[in-house]
Design a binder for this molecule. Structure first.
Ligand code: ATP
Ligand code: MG
Length: 251
């Protein structure tokens, strides 16, 4: 019988709730997008809508850890959940963002620089070189404005401590963000996210890493992985500055 925990409401405890766990989902329609694997729209027993993909090991750890960190520093990310295995596979699911569109270059002029700064700091934190236009979702609002959401972090280096520890003070590859990403406008708003990242405690980070590595079946690496993530959080200001400098922007 599948374990089922209530979806946490916003906020959570100081140490963060573990990622929710949902029972196998009923697939409704395949997502038509050029992707490395199959991505499906699905519904759970309660009728809630999700987007789900099969993922395991370091890739699943990267999704879960990035999700915790995004929430902890205040970056908009859809609610996420691990899907319990039913045939030996695990999946990552995020609640479907209603009316969401992929990023297009012209959004660089209208996106809230605070939202863009959040995504930029998150990507520097998790060492994500995969922020292309289909991994930045945009929900249009009235008056030409809209909300930016970050999705798809399974390729971030943070999921694999062997890879991540060698990159611990390196920014993501130069210009990893989608065409039109407003590096310069984002630079003016990074401060609050850098401060929030610096303030993450070792206890909080241990809880996030433990949750991710339990799912990835790599619990033996929890202490080393937590140290590496903690060191990166402390270095985030200079990592972001270096990434922005490579994009031709001073912070
Ligand atoms: N929560 C969501 N709400 C709405 N659409 C989503 C959501 N999550 C994913 N999608 C859609 O599904 C597409 C693929 O999802 P995702 O980026 O997670 O997988 P992927 O690209 O196959 O992953 P990978 O890069 O690992 O191959 C997204 O580009 C987007 O169009
Ligand atoms: Mg993707």
């Amino acid at each position: 019988m599948a374990r089922k925990r209530k979806t946490p409401s916003s906020g959570g405890t100081l140490l963060g709730d573990p990622v929710s766990v949902i029972a196998p989902l009923h697939r409704t329609k395949r997502v038509e997008v050029d992707s490395r694997g199959e991505v499906w729209f699905a519904v759970d027993e309660a009728g809630d809508e999700w987007v789900t993909k099969e993922v395991s090991g370091a890739n699943l750890a990267a999704e879960i850890l990035s999700w915790h960190l995004a929430r902890a520093i205040g970056v908009r990310i859809p609610h996420g959940a691990a899907v319990v295995p039913h045939d030996g596979t695990t999946s990552w699911a995020t609640r479907t963002i209603p009316n969401a569109l992929h990023w297009t270059p012209s959004l660089g002029e209208v996106v809230d620089p605070v939202d863009a700064a959040g995504v930029l700091v998150l990507d520097c934190l998790i060492h994500n070189g995969d922020r292309h236009e289909a991994n930045l979702m945009w929900t249009p609002l009235k008056g030409g404005k809209g909300l930016l959401h970050a999705i798809d972090h399974d390729l971030a280096a943070i999921g694999d401590v062997e890879e991540f520890r060698d990159l611990v003070v390196s920014p993501p590859p130069r210009l990893s963000h989608a065409p039109g990403f407003p590096y310069s406008r984002a630079a003016s708003a990074i401060g609050r996210y850098v401060d929030a990242t610096n303030a993450l405690s070792r206890a909080q980070l241990t809880a996030y890493v433990r949750d991710a590595l339990d799912w990835a079946k790599r619990s033996d690496k929890t202490a080393e992985h937590t140290d590496t993530v903690y060191n990166r959080c402390q270095a985030i200001g200079s990592i972001v500055a270096q990434y922005l400098k490579e994009a031709g922007v001073s912070s």
